[in-house]
Ligand binder design. Structure first.
Ligand SMILES: Cc1cc2nc3c(=O)[nH]c(=O)nc-3n(C[C@H](O)[C@H](O)[C@H](O)COP(=O)(O)OP(=O)(O)OC[C@H]3O[C@@H](n4cnc5c(N)ncnc54)[C@H](O)[C@@H]3O)c2cc1C
Length: 382
C-alpha cells in the first residue's frame, strides 16, 4: 500500500496525544474490556485503544448476541476433544465473563434478557437426551442446580417444524443481549474512565526498544507514530499480521435478520447441530446465523462476504423449519471469528512490553470481559 504523508507533530500533539502508558490494538470487546480493566485498576494510567475500522470491524459488532456457555451437544463434543476438565474450565470462564459483563454495564443498558435457551434435536441427535443427567452432574459444582431439562412443549409452543426437530433441551440460564447496545455502552464506559478510543487508525507495524514500543499507524490522511510503555494486542482473527506463528485460523460467520414479524411466537435463543446453526428473537424479528460447517474451507478467511450457498441454506431453514412461511429477509452480514486447535483463548505475555489476548472462538461475548481482565493483570499486575 502506498505510504501516506508523514506529518510533523505539533508540540501539543507530541505532549498530549502521541505517548501512552498502555496502547491497545483492536477495539472489539476484548480490546475495550482490557482498556476498562486497566483503568479500573489504576485510573492514573493513560490508555488508548486503536481501532482500524469506523466501528470495531471484526466480530464484536457483528455477532448474534447469545449470552451462553455451551449447548448439551456442543459440550459433549468438547468433552470428546478436550476432556472434561478443560471443557468445564471453559464453561466457568464463559459464565464468569457474562456475569462480569452484566455487572459492569448493567442489564438494562445491554438489553440483557434471561429468556432461556433451547437446543433443538434432529433425529440423528436424539441420543443427546441420554447424556443430560451426566452433564447436569458435572455442571452441578458450577451452577449448584440442574441446568438442562428436556422440554416436551417447546416445539409446539414456538410452532417449529416437528417433523424435522424431534425434541428440545431447555437451559434456563441462557440469555440474550443487544450486541450494538452492549458495545456502545462498553465504549461509553471506557471513555468515562478516560480511555482515548481512536477509530480509523490501523497499526501497520511496531518496534520494541529498551524504553517503549513505537507503533507505526495509518489513518485515512496520514502515517504517524504513537508510543507506549506497554501494549496489548487484541486483534483476534487478524493477529497473524503481527505474530505469524500463532495457532489461529479465521472463520467467517454469516447472519441474517428478518423484517419485523407480526405476532411472532418465538422467544429465546435456539441452536442445533452442535451450535453450528442458531437463531433468536430480537425486536420482533428473527436473527438467524451459522452454516459455517457447510463450507469450512471457503469460510476460513478473514475477508467479509456472503457465501451464497450458506445464505440459501439459512433461508431454507428459516422458511421451512423455523417459521414454516416466507418472510422478508431485511439484511445479512458476515463477521470474522478466530479458531485454533482447541477452544481456549490465547492470553499471554509475548515480550517484556507486549501481551496478547486473541482466539476468542464463537463465544467471545461470554468470555471477552474476563480475557480483558486477565490481560490487564498481565499488564499491570493483580
Ligand atoms: C457471526 C458471529 C456470531 C457470533 N455470535 C456470538 C454469540 O452469539 N455469542 C458469543 O458469545 N459470541 C459470538 N460470536 C463471537 C464473538 O463475537 C467474538 O468471539 C468476539 O467478538 C471477539 O472479540 P475480539 O475483541 O477478540 O475480536 P474482534 O471483535 O474481531 O475485534 C478485533 C478488532 O481488531 C481490529 N483490528 C484488526 N487489525 C487491526 C490493526 N492492524 N490496527 C487496528 N485495529 C485492528 C479489528 O478491526 C477488530 O475490530 C460471534 C461471532 C460472529 C462472527
Amino acid at each position: 500500500m502506498k505510504a501516506k504523508p508523514f506529518r510533523d507533530l505539533s508540540y501539543w500533539e507530541r505532549k498530549s496525544f502521541q505517548t501512552y502508558d498502555v496502547i491497545i490494538v483492536g477495539g472489539g470487546i476484548v480490546g475495550l474490556s482490557t482498556a476498562v480493566s486497566v483503568k479500573e485498576k489504576d485510573r492514573s494510567l493513560s490508555v488508548a485503544v486503536l481501532e482500524r475500522g469506523v466501528f470495531p470491524t471484526g466480530a464484536s459488532t457483528r455477532n448474534a448476541g447469545f449470552a451462553c456457555f455451551g449447548s448439551p451437544s456442543e459440550l459433549l463434543s468438547d468433552i470428546d476433544v478436550m476432556g472434561e476438565n478443560e471443557t468445564l474450565d471453559l464453561v466457568i470462564r464463559r459464565w464468569s465473563g457474562l456475569k462480569k459483563l452484566r455487572q459492569r454495564l448493567g442489564d438494562s443498558r445491554i438489553r440483557f434478557q434471561n429468556k432461556g435457551g433451547f437446543e433443538l434435536l434432529t433425529k440423528e441427535r436424539l441420543q443427546v437426551l441420554e447424556k443430560i443427567d451426566y452433564l447436569n452432574e458435572i455442571l452441578y459444582p458450577i451452577f449448584e442446580k440442574r441446568v438442562f431439562e428436556e422440554s416436551k412443549t417447546a416445539l409446539s409452543q414456538f410452532q417449529l417444524d416437528d417433523q424435522f426437530f424431534c425434541s428440545a433441551i431447555f437451559n434456563p440460564l441462557e440469555g440474550q443481549l443487544d450486541t450494538g447496545e452492549m458495545m456502545k455502552s462498553l465504549q461509553g464506559y471506557a471513555q468515562l474512565l478516560g480511555v482515548n478510543i481512536l477509530s480509523g487508525i490501523e497499526v501497520q507495524t511496531f518496534q520494541e526498544n529498551q524504553n517503549q514500543i513505537v507503533l507505526s499507524v495509518r489513518s485515512n490522511t496520514e502515517d504517524t507514530e504513537l508510543k507506549a510503555s506497554q501494549m496489548a494486542v487484541c486483534t483476534n482473527a487478524f493477529s497473524q499480521q503481527f505474530f505469524k506463528n500463532l495457532d489461529i485460523k479465521p472463520g467467517r460467520g454469516l447472519v441474517l435478520i428478518t423484517e419485523p414479524i407480526k405476532n411472532l411466537q418465538l422467544s429465546g435463543t435456539f441452536n442445533f447441530d452442535e451450535g453450528f446453526n442458531y437463531f433468536r428473537d430480537i425486536d420482533d424479528r428473527i436473527l438467524l446465523g451459522g452454516g459455517r460447517n457447510l463450507a469450512f474451507d471457503e469460510e476460513g478467511v478473514d475477508q467479509f462476504g456472503i457465501n451464497e450457498k450458506i445464505f440459501n441454506h439459512l433461508r431454507k431453514l428459516l422458511f421451512e423449519r423455523i417459521l414454516q412461511k416466507e418472510v422478508e429477509i431485511e439484511m445479512s452480514w458476515s463477521g470474522i471469528m478466530a479458531f485454533g486447535k482447541d477452544k481456549q483463548p490465547i492470553i499471554r505475555r509475548e515480550s517484556d512490553k507486549i501481551v496478547i489476548g486473541v482466539k476468542l472462538g464463537g463465544m467471545g461475548v461470554a468470555m471477552g470481559t474476563l480475557v480483558g481482565e486477565e490481560l490487564a493483570d498481565l499488564l499491570i499486575g493483580e
